[in-house]
Design a protein around this ligand. Structure first.
Ligand code: SF4
Length: 217
């Protein structure tokens, strides 16, 4: 069993740890920011980095500090190494952006809440965008969703990793509820059929996009 502190990732120096608080779709409150700043000053956290997944990584803490830091942060642990949904990123969508035609933040928060606890064959990342410009990087996420005037388009099997892959368009013109239902269906199918530690990009390559599309729709 690992003797690493809960919610902490051992760093390359093999001595210090990093933590990533859970910040669905990159949204934080003033209290979160104050707590992060207070903790960073008190424990002299050497590196605070905003990640590509719209999260804060606090890096370089000592093992014995981690538990107290989590208590003082008053934030949930963000998943970073487990085989599950790691994060949902989203662009500002209709909440802020003049090009937005759908509420990407609202849908992203719902999806994050709905699937946060689900065990999966590998990590899964979701990108939600409020229009086809796809600032939420939808086409290079395991599940991508982007808004058009008539509804949401959903993609699967995208990846920006070492062997990048552009996601395949599963279906157009979905409501938010339909996106959640289809996400559930796809993740259950992936959980059932994928090999352990097989990312969705390789899973879609192996099984074939058309076969998955036929099974899901
Ligand atoms: S994807 Fe569209 S709605 Fe979202 S930030 Fe980019 S331009 Fe705006």
């Amino acid at each position: 069993m690992s003797d690493h502190p809960k919610g902490a990732i051992l760093q390359r120096d093999k001595k210090t740890y990093a933590i990533v608080p859970r910040t669905p779709v990159g949204m934080v409150t003033p209290e979160d920011l104050e707590n992060i700043a207070r903790v960073a000053r008190k424990y002299e956290v050497p590196v605070i980095k905003i990640t590509s997944g719209q999260r804060f990584a606090l890096v370089g803490m000592q093992k014995e500090e981690v538990e107290d830091i989590w208590k003082e942060l008053k934030m949930d642990v963000g998943k970073a190494t487990e085989l599950c949904l790691h994060y949902v990123q989203a662009c500002p969508g209709t909440a802020v952006c003049k090009f937005g035609v759908q509420d990407s933040l609202g849908l992203g928060i719902e999806i994050e809440r709905f699937f946060a606890g689900m065990d999966l064959p590998h990590k899964v990342k979701v990108g939600i965008s409020g229009c086809p410009f796809c600032c939420g990087e939808s086409f290079v996420r395991d599940i991508g969703v982007f808004g058009k005037k008539k509804g949401w388009t959903m993609t699967i099997g995208g990846s920006s990793a070492r062997r990048p892959r552009i996601g395949d368009v599963l279906v157009d013109n979905l409501t938010g509820e339909q996106v959640i239902a289809l996400t559930k269906k796809f993740l259950e199918y992936y959980r059932e059929k994928a090999k352990r530690k097989e990312r969705t990009a390789r899973f879609v390559d192996r099984v074939g996009f058309e076969n998955i599309q036929e099974a899901l729709l």
